[in-house]
Design a protein around this ligand. Structure first.
Ligand code: ADP
Length: 479
């Protein structure tokens, strides 16, 4: 089956070769193949030139210098044509079929004269050898054929054209001796002839292998491209779905939570005592649901790069004290003491204030969540020279070694078992990491089980120039 398929491709190649140039263009010469072929021609110019020059120097040493030099010049001249063609194909956008056809015609022309030049160079050597055993010219011809098979497989017709010309040169060298010496079938000359037939078959075989593997590679690339387009479309659909669902859930949930709070605070009427725990629970679960939806919305916006960051110069001390203030209610409810240690001087960074408050609030609320009652959480700003570090240190559970991927992963938690004590979505640090990365900042932690953890975000310290630039940019966008 495979063999039949390969034979089919060979036949198709031959048919293509025999047909007109217009047909070549439509059947084999897909625009991209022509472009690839022509640009490879000029890319390989130095590789080819080096081998030709080496062959010419070798030949000049053992054969007639003048004829070697003349035939080598002929070969070098064809190289200029290839380089020129490569340049022309580079300026072609690969769309216009008329230019494509012109390039293809030039490729045919260049192939014929370049193959003839190489054959002239090699046959010239063979003709100068009076005895049999044309090892050097035959081996040069063999190398040229393998080179063509390796690098010309984008256009099968062109490859076959070149190999046919080389094939004639092979046969000419063999038959010339047969005619010259009219040897008996037992002689070395006949043996060389049969060996050449074998080598020709081998060259055709490897050419087909290279051609088929090139075709296979193109098909695989097409498949990968299709697959990646499908994945992209699925991702877009998922993001759209997530955004719509989250939004549709968030709006009614806000009014449900608002109503529950009013009822809970006896704002409408005095709530009967037995109902209080149930309304309280409903309110708490409503808040959790709202937090989850907010995280999902944030994640979706960050991943789809919908969020526009409003970069401005910020004093890290102010940023941290603002965050600590906003969580002081929860901290005192949990009986945890939060201390603030600002850095002595103003530690300026460039960032989006709201997003950075979101990051620090997440670090702080995690520290509170995982700390025991009565412990202390230290919020600190440090000046590290060219860097500014904001850290939150707790005396909580700690994180086991090797859990970094889970800590910063999407929807992942270190203790995801049913018995985990504290709730959460597993999205907070994932979102924080995305935000930090958009600030060119590092977010990381050090932790010891049972002793506590220190989470930190480290920024480039804003120089006067950075601050002036950020101010100017904001002013420009505002006007
Ligand atoms: P979650 O909503 O679950 O808190 P995060 O992404 O903020 O999600 O945190 C991911 C996980 O990292 C947490 O579930 C927890 O296991 C671990 N973690 C984060 N901060 C701390 C901390 N200060 N102490 C111990 N574990 C922490």
């Amino acid at each position: 089956m495979k063999r039949r398929k390969a034979l089919g491709v060979k036949m198709q190649g031959l048919r293509t070769f025999k047909s007109t140039q217009t047909n070549w263009f439509s059947s084999v010469g897909r625009e991209q193949n022509i472009k690839d072929y022509a640009s490879l021609l000029s890319e390989l110019v130095w590789k080819r030139q080096t081998s030709f020059l080496a062959a010419a120097v070798l030949a000049a040493f053992y054969f007639d210098v003048v004829s070697v030099f003349v035939t080598y010049l002929f070969v070098a001249l064809t190289e200029f044509l290839d380089v020129h063609l490569g340049r022309k194909s580079k300026s072609w956008d690969g769309q216009d079929p008329i230019i494509g056809r012109q390039i293809l015609k030039r490729i045919v022309f260049n192939t014929i004269i370049s193959a003839l030049a190489i054959c002239a160079f090699i046959v010239n050597m063979a003709l100068q050898q009076s005895s049999t055993g044309h090892f050097t010219p035959l081996f040069f011809l063999f190398s040229a054929s393998v080179f063509a098979a390796m690098y010309n497989s984008q256009l099968l017709g062109i490859l076959l054209l070149r190999l046919t010309i080389y094939g004639f040169a092979f046969l000419f060298i063999a038959v010339f001796d047969l005619v010259r010496y009219a040897p008996s079938l037992k002689s070395q000359i006949w043996m060389e002839f049969f060996t050449i037939i074998f080598v020709l078959y081998f060259i055709i075989d490897i050419s087909m292998k290279f051609y088929l593997s090139h075709k296979e590679r193109l098909e695989q690339m097409k498949l990968i491209k299709e697959e990646s387009e499908r994945a992209k479309a699925a991702l877009e659909a998922k993001a759209q779905f997530l955004a719509t669902v989250s939004h549709e859930l968030r709006t009614p949930l806000t009014s449900i939570i608002g109503a529950l709070e009013l009822v809970n605070n006896d704002a409408l009427a005095v709530l009967p005592e037995p109902l209080k725990p149930i309304i309280n629970l409903a309110n708490r679960n409503g808040q959790r649901l709202a937090a989850l939806i907010d995280d999902l919305l944030s994640m979706q916006k960050i991943e789809s790069e919908e969020i526009v960051f409003d970069f401005m110069p910020i004093d890290a001390n102010d940023l941290l004290s603002e965050t600590v203030d906003s969580t002081s209610g929860i901290a005192s409810k949990l009986g945890i003491h939060v201390t603030l240690e600002p850095c002595a001087e103003a530690c300026m960074i460039i960032g989006d204030r709201d997003r950075l408050v979101q990051v620090l609030s997440n670090l702080l609320s995690n520290a509170l969540k995982f700390s025991p009652h009565g412990s202390t959480v230290k919020a600190r700003v440090e000046n590290l020279g060219t860097r500014v570090r904001i850290s939150i240190q707790d005396e909580g559970l700690g994180i086991p070694a090797g859990a970094k991927d889970r800590v910063f992963g999407k929807f992942s938690q270190v203790d995801s078992s049913d018995v985990r004590r504290v709730g959460g979505t597993g999205l907070g640090l994932y979102i924080s990491k995305q935000i930090a990365e958009r600030h060119n900042a590092i977010i990381d932690y050090v932790s010891e089980l049972g002793v506590g953890s220190t989470f930190y975000v480290e920024f480039d310290r804003g120089t006067d120039r950075d601050i002036a630039r950020a101010d100017k940019k904001r002013l420009d966008t505002a006007t």
